[in-house]
Design a protein around this ligand. Structure first.
Ligand code: G3P
Length: 216
């Protein structure tokens, strides 16, 4: 399973990239707005940090507008993946963009039917918002499981992204579900590193090592 970082914060992207565990980045308009920076400059900085897929979302909701934005964004780097909302106009745009070899990530997917349509339109990725489904009393990961199962049966090339990940258990569940990608907030990636027994064990090893006579 590939791990993307779900943020528009360049410091978080830099840190996680340096850890060597990150395959790509996903952003959305809310994450970009949180940074309070000029959009083009921000995305260009992200492009300079990581060599992997970087999802950037369009804000148009009509097919012509989405295609125009997507073509412009894709010219910034071959790593740009254009995030398109899961609406009929969006899927029309995805079909056109796929013929132009522009990578797409259909976002705001909350059902298997929506995912199936996105795959038929030849989306590169579909993003299912697991946490937001959990929030309203559904089991978000079940949608991911069913999407993976169906995509495998029909050999769709569309990759399933488990998004809206809220905690480390979501990451494990996404991996067990066979998600191609989990896109994870920085704070959750940090939590994935942590185990108290690791810290206690390392402390003890280093203390014991002081008792070892040096060979020099
Ligand atoms: O980037 C899309 C998704 O991961 C958003 O997550 O936490 O706002 O539901 P969240």
């Amino acid at each position: 399973m590939k791990i993307f970082i779900d943020t528009a914060n360049v410091e978080e992207i830099r840190k996680a990239t340096n850890w060597g565990v990150i395959d790509g980045v996903t952003t959305n308009p809310s994450l970009v707005a949180k940074e309070g920076r000029e959009f083009t400059e921000l995305i260009r900085e992200v492009i300079s940090i990581i060599d992997g897929p970087i999802s950037v979302e369009v804000i148009s909701t009509d097919v012509e507008g989405m295609i125009k934005e997507a073509v412009e964004l894709s010219e910034w780097s071959s790593n740009i993946v254009v995030k398109i909302p899961m609406i009929p106009e969006g899927l029309k745009a995805v079909k056109v963009l796929s013929a132009k070899k522009i990578k797409t990530n259909v976002t705001l997917v909350f059902s298997v039917n929506q995912a199936l349509l996105a795959a038929k339109a030849r989306a590169t990725y579909v993003s299912t918002f697991v946490g937001r489904l959990d929030d309203i009393g559904h089991e978000g990961m079940q949608i991911v499981r069913e999407m993976v199962e169906i995509f495998n049966i029909y050999d769709f090339s569309t990759e399933v992204i488990a998004a809206s990940i809220r905690h480390p258990m979501h990451v494990i569940e996404a991996a067990k579900a066979g998600a191609h990608v989990a896109t994870i907030p920085f704070t959750v990636i940090e939590k994935m590193f942590k185990h108290p027994l690791t810290d206690i064990g390392l402390k003890r090893f280093l203390e014991d090592w002081k008792k070892v006579e040096s060979r020099d």
